[in-house]
Design a protein around this ligand. Sequence first.
Ligand SMILES: C[S@@+](CC[C@H](N)C(=O)[O-])C[C@H]1O[C@@H](n2cnc3c(N)ncnc32)[C@H](O)[C@@H]1O
Length: 378
Amino acid sequence: MSSQQQSLFGFPEQSTPNTQGVKYTGSKLKLLPYIISLLPGLNVTTILDGFSGTTRVSQAFSQLGFQVISNDTALLSKVFATAFLTNKKDPKKYQDLINHLNALKGYAGWFTKHYGGQDFNGSAVQADGKKRPFQIHNTMKLDAIRDEIDTLQLPEIDRCVALVSLILALDKVDSTLGHFVSYLKNWSPRSYKNMQLEVPAIAINAQDNQVFQDDIFQTLKVVACDLAYFDPPYGSNNEKMPPSRVRYNAYYHLWTTVIKNDKPSLFGSANRREDSSDKVSTSVFEEFRKNDNGQFLAVGSIEKLIHHTQSNYIILSYSTGGRATAKELREVIADCATLVKTLAIDYKKNVMADMKWTHQWSADENANQELLFVLKKR
Ligand SMILES: C[S@@+](CC[C@H](N)C(=O)[O-])C[C@H]1O[C@@H](n2cnc3c(N)ncnc32)[C@H](O)[C@@H]1O
């Protein structure tokens, strides 16, 4: 565990556990101390992390001793959650496997063909006019390591630990802005490094955590817990560019392909897998259209989410840049829960406020703030 955090709002001091994850839009790494500060006093044992993404929040909850149920539609999240939340072995036992994978001789296979590029005096633009997210010396290692993970036919948790190790190593040598829908014109300095796998910082989990890879509304049918933490995609409230929302399936298609190793059909300048295309149906939380009553569909989904959750408490993460306005959120929350507490965190100004539902908050909603609502279900 890292050093003690400063005391927040008079709660006892909590340390923030060390977690690991890839670069991910909306990751709550920086928000972890604030989320954790909300837990004392709620008297909870089991926590559902309904949109777990990188699983950093799930990892922190688990290390703090809570029983965690981690859910996300993304395959990346399932693999990370399986490695970090269900491992029961001493992590040192994975060192021989990681050494073996690091020692493999690279070769130019499927990943190198589609995602590996050469260095033309710093430029990443290849002969076919496309850019690539990795340099060839690293995709050759990727080809060898990924094939070997299949050849070894590892037990499920070991396979996930190996995949997490590979993905974390690739994430350190990429040439991207943190997603895979477009790549940099010039190679990033880190892309010149040789990728090196390490044993992930996994814990030995004493409690029996659970992992789901499902739409949240399916998971809510079978999960009851003390607290649900929800961090749905926010959409964008940029009226000029409504579809400029983050689409996780498209942004992180390459991690899906590394995990599946299924050599899918690809399209577009970023060589995206075909099933990550905009034509394939997307999450209701990423929806940017309105319903017949003029309400954003994403707001209706949050209402449904709160309504269908079987828990005493809910912590809802939201950003003031998201689809829902203060008024809309107030209405959907008031419908089926009591607001216990609201935190507003402004990273740019480095300030935090403990807010009530005041006019002041509505007035501030143009500032780009991260909001944390603690709700008690009625
Ligand atoms: C803001 S991110 C969560 C980030 C996460 N809290 C973290 O710290 O990494 C939103 C996540 O919601 C997931 N998602 C989108 N629609 C979903 C749905 N209907 N059910 C479950 N997960 C969904 C996306 O795959 C994405 O990982």
